[in-house]
Design a binder for this molecule. Structure first.
Ligand code: PXP
Length: 244
């Protein structure tokens, strides 16, 4: 069964927009877990636009389920990740002028740096090192070559599809990519832009996904329905039996 990890960055974005101490992403993480989420994801950005080191420290102490630390390969952030020892370290591309992560890593271009950073994260004792990549066979094979033991499939193109045909074609790209990753021994995670409407199509099409990371859709719905209900509803969709 696929696990749901909730990305709580947007709670910190709201807090920081008013330079307030609330809403607190640490409180949000606890509510997500109490509502049934299997864990929590955060991205400590180099510019600290949402999650801060204080949040990372408290999340590490308080999250009871799985903790997924998204990071770039910047030296300072890699050091913080090694000290934090999350369950998963997910390496993502990061640009200061982007609104959210745009596209997967280009593993070929990043190869030299990844071959330094991945062994450091593993040596620190972090069991799962995941690369956020597009559903592309070459990127997946290279992910294994550079030492990752997991990938997170970028579902952005699937989520942004504007026609039924496009959505089906992106779903089948994701399905092939997940199959390949699974066959070559990589764990498969997925995320970006998944929501209450498109998840059933994703779930029915893509096998072998152990974990999904969903943020914006859940936090946006939480403004209307409350966080507990928003997580429960998404968890029910993720946990549906898509094989029958
Ligand atoms: N996975 C990665 C690597 C991301 O960068 C993000 C966005 O922060 C997500 C998953 C979650 O995307 P969304 O907020 O659109 O659900």
């Amino acid at each position: 069964m696929t696990s749901l990890l909730v990305n709580i960055d947007h709670v910190a974005t709201l807090r920081n927009a008013r330079r307030e101490q609330f809403p607190d992403p640490v409180h949000a993480a606890a509510i997500c877990e109490m509502a049934g989420a299997d864990g929590v994801v955060f991205h400590l950005r180099e510019d600290r636009r949402h999650i801060t080191e204080r949040d990372v420290r408290l999340l590490k102490e308080t999250v009871q389920g799985r903790l997924d630390f998204e990071l770039s390969t910047a030296e300072e952030i890699v050091n913080i990740c090694c000290d934090t020892m999350p369950d998963v370290a997910t390496l993502v591309p990061e640009r200061r002028d982007e609104v959210t992560t745009e596209g997967g890593l280009d593993v070929r271009t990043a190869r030299e740096r990844l071959e330094i950073v991945i062994p450091r994260l593993l040596d620190a004792g972090i069991p799962e090192i995941s690369l956020f990549v597009d559903p592309d066979a070459h990127q997946i094979e290279m992910s294994r070559e550079v030492g990752a033991n997991c990938i997170e499939l970028h579902t952005g193109d699937f989520s942004n599809a504007s026609t039924f045909e496009e959505q089906q074609s992106e779903a089948s790209r994701l399905a092939s990519a997940a199959r390949l990753a699974h066959e070559i021994g990589l764990k498969v995670h997925a995320g970006h832009g998944l929501n209450y409407r498109n998840y059933p199509v994703f779930g029915a099409s893509v096998r072998n996904v152990e974990e999904v990371s969903i943020g914006f859709a859940i936090i946006a719905r939480a403004l209307m329905t409350g966080l507990e209900k928003a997580v429960e509803e998404m968890n029910a969709i993720v946990k549906r039996d898509y094989n029958s």
